[in-house]
Design a binder for this molecule. Structure first.
Ligand SMILES: Cc1ncc(COP(=O)(O)O)c(C=O)c1O
Length: 484
């Protein structure tokens, strides 16, 4: 039995430390092979090297106090200026560097909430209108900030926001509308011009979630793709989030939140002088903040450059079209949405896509499962990286083979059993015993996941969202524990 981890009595050598760290990675997905179609945004080894050097060069600089580290302020202001110009902003646009899309979105919701508190104090229970496809980060922001998410139905054919449904969802308590460019699940751009007009008519703020699409969409347009307007050139758009750590290929921990004006951004900033220590004045959630992600993002933009990103856009656009056309022509697969980004989501009416994912995994591919929600059937999701270009033919060959294999595999029976036993249950009625029973039915022992995930995905897919959430919380609570 191995010993419980403790701080070693004596420090290790550098080699011993780094070798031990390397061993932690042994079960990770081998993303450098470029057969992982999620989670990783890989610019290739040359850019990776530059980005890593930049990160370590600024690792210790602390953006907490820009008067002490003006380098971090200068880097942040330059990144914001580049982002604003990229998204059609004028000189009035301001913004801040954040740790990721979720933080940028959290700050957009906080800005709207605090502005409403100042200007519309009659609103006691603020609401934001979210298309059903808006990222979970908005729900998380609502949860943290005590704002109510009001979900508006989407167009079930295009998976885009429906401005009419959003209009119907507006109440006297509404403080913010949201649109995506693009949505993660289906990779489509919401009708931002229509939603912008609605925001102006109703005198509401409008946040565009460009975390995933904001960076590459302008390049796709320059490649000739018909990208609808979604940025500050659309009247009514008041803030935009855009991640550098996705398709700008920066190191993780890099996003930006932009506001149309300083008047709006004021509500994002937090100051505290009511304690005995140094004065806290933070534009973002983090206080102590490494300069590493800032420098790495700046390095990515400068090393890859406009011409480099245009080349990336051309490559991934071509790859995406090939994959989408193949799926479209496949008799057993069905694309969800007409893609406007290098993301592909497809489902099947003939077999379980969860088995396809498991079969693909056995052949060395990682494809992401997405559960059914509303009008969106359970599906397979691919984020397409330029580093994977050499794999497209092999991927499609294996996909065809795995679809054939999945056809012979059982599906549906477990889901029916779960639905019968738990479908009508309230999440609050799901005690520890029932959770354990569900996990067992899905093949989960303790916190260890089985090799095949189809059963787990089928169980989750069969449950209503509140029960899914409860189950996942219990599972995660089990997962993060001291190793024995
Ligand atoms: C559209 C969209 N918004 C927000 C996010 C959240 O970003 P992060 O994971 O960086 O917090 C994502 C992540 O994939 C996304 O695709």
């Amino acid at each position: 039995m191995s010993e419980a981890p403790r701080i070693p009595a004596k420090g290790w050598s550098k080699d011993a430390v780094l070798a031990a760290l390397e061993r932690f990675k042994q079960d990770d997905l081998p993303w450098r092979e470029a057969r992982t179609w999620a989670y990783v945004y890989d610019p290739g080894p040359e850019a990776e090297d530059v980005i890593k050097s930049a990160f370590t060069a600024f690792l210790t600089e602390n953006a907490l106090d820009p008067t002490v580290f003006p380098s971090t302020l200068a880097l942040e202001n330059e990144l914001v200026a580049m982002a604003a110009a990229h998204l059609e902003g004028d000189a009035q646009v301001v913004g801040n560097f954040t740790s990721g899309g979720t933080e940028s979105i959290l700050l957009a919701v906080k800005t709207a909430r605090d502005r409403a508190r100042a200007l519309r104090p009659e609103i006691r229970e603020p609401e934001i209108v979210l298309p059903a496809t808006a990222h979970a980060a908005f729900h998380k922001a609502c949860h943290y900030l005590d704002v109510k998410p009001v979900i508006a139905a989407i167009d079930p054919r295009t998976f885009k926001a429906d401005a009419g449904a959003m209009r119907a969802a507006i109440t006297p308590n509404t403080i913010l509308l949201v649109g995506s460019a693009v949505s993660y699940a289906h990779g489509v751009v919401d009708p931002i011009e229509e939603i912008g007009a609605l925001a102006l008519e109703k005198d509401l703020l409008l946040h565009v979630d460009g975390c995933m699409g904001g960076f590459l969409l302008p390049y796709f347009r320059r490649c000739g793709a018909p990208v609808p307007r979604f940025a500050f050139d659309v009247p009514g758009v008041t803030s935009i989030s855009m991640d550098f750590h996705k398709y700008a290929f920066a190191a993780k921990g890099a996003s930006v939140i932009l506001h149309r004006s300083k008047e709006l951004r004021r509500y994002q900033i937090y100051a505290c002088a009511s304690w005995t220590g140094y004065t806290v004045i933070n534009p973002t959630v983090q206080s102590t903040k490494s300069g590493g992600p800032l420098a790495a993002a700046w390095a990515a933009l400068h090393f890859i450059g406009d011409d480099g990103y245009l080349k990336v856009a051309r490559t991934v656009l071509e790859m995406t079209r090939r994959i989408a056309d193949h799926v479209d022509a496949h008799p057993d697969l069905r694309l969800l949405g007409r893609l406007e980004m290098n993301l592909v989501a497809f489902t099947s009416d003939a077999l379980s896509v969860f088995h396809v994912i498991d079969e693909m995994k056995q052949r060395g591919w990682y494809l992401q499962p997405q559960l059914a929600f509303g009008d969106s059937k359970e599906n397979v999701h691919l984020s397409i990286n330029p580093a994977s270009v050499r794999w497209v033919d092999a991927l499609l060959r294996d996909l065809d083979a795995c679809v054939e294999r999945a056809k012979g595999m059982p599906s549906g029976a477990l889901a029916a059993k779960i639905r019968a036993a738990f479908g009508e249950m309230d999440a609050s009625g799901l005690g520890a015993e029932k959770v354990a029973g569900l996990l067992q039915m899905a093949g989960v022992q303790g916190s260890a996941l089985p090799g095949r995930m189809a059963e787990i995905n089928e169980v989750l897919n069969a449950l209503p969202a509140p029960l899914r959430e409860k189950l996942l919380v219990e599972y995660l609570n089990e997962l993060f524990r001291q190793p024995i």
